[in-house]
Design a protein around this ligand. Structure first.
Ligand SMILES: Cc1cc2nc3c(=O)[nH]c(=O)nc-3n(C[C@H](O)[C@H](O)[C@H](O)COP(=O)(O)O)c2cc1C
Length: 133
């Protein structure tokens, strides 16, 4: 399993993670659920109309955190927009319920992948393990 796959599997199991962005000097955080490994990279999905998308457009630096089964993961790096149709289709195939709200050609659906990213797996029982994505 690659590190991106390992992180994605953890996010899948946790079902919910929290995505932090910056709006100027104000941190913003919200629940997210989408995670996909595509072409070896860890992708998330959002809508271009959302404030989160605008924040990432101004400052791509982001961090996510999820907690599950006594373990938590933090992933940080840059979230890079990928406007390729096939990447959006792959995301919507993993989350068919999103198709009620999003389509690959709607001009709103956005997928972004982590670049220059690291992840740390932590628990109270063991030393943190940091990996590169
Ligand atoms: C469990 C859960 C999972 C969510 N997953 C996503 C997601 O993957 N992508 C997304 O754009 N919004 C998702 N949302 C909705 C966002 O949290 C919501 O639209 C939020 O307001 C976006 O942040 P913003 O208002 O700063 O743009 C999810 C909400 C919940 C409760």
């Amino acid at each position: 399993m690659t590190t991106a796959e390992k992180v994605c599997a953890f996010l899948d199991e946790a079902q919910v993670y929290y995505l932090a962005t910056a709006e100027g000097d104000q941190p913003r955080v919200r629940p997210f659920g989408t995670a996909l490994v595509y072409e070896g990279k860890l992708y998330i999905q959002t809508g271009k109309v959302k404030p989160v998308s605008k924040q990432l457009g101004s400052n791509p630096k982001a961090e996510i955190c999820a907690f599950h089964n006594g373990q938590w993961v933090r992933v940080w790096g840059k979230l890079v927009n990928d406007d390729r149709r096939e990447a959006k289709v792959a995301m919507l195939e993993k989350y068919p319920s999103l198709k009620r709200m999003y389509g690959p050609d709607d001009g709103n659906t956005q997928v972004l992948y982590f670049a220059d990213a690291k992840a740390t797996f932590s628990s109270f029982a063991a030393a943190p393990e940091t990996v590169e994505l």
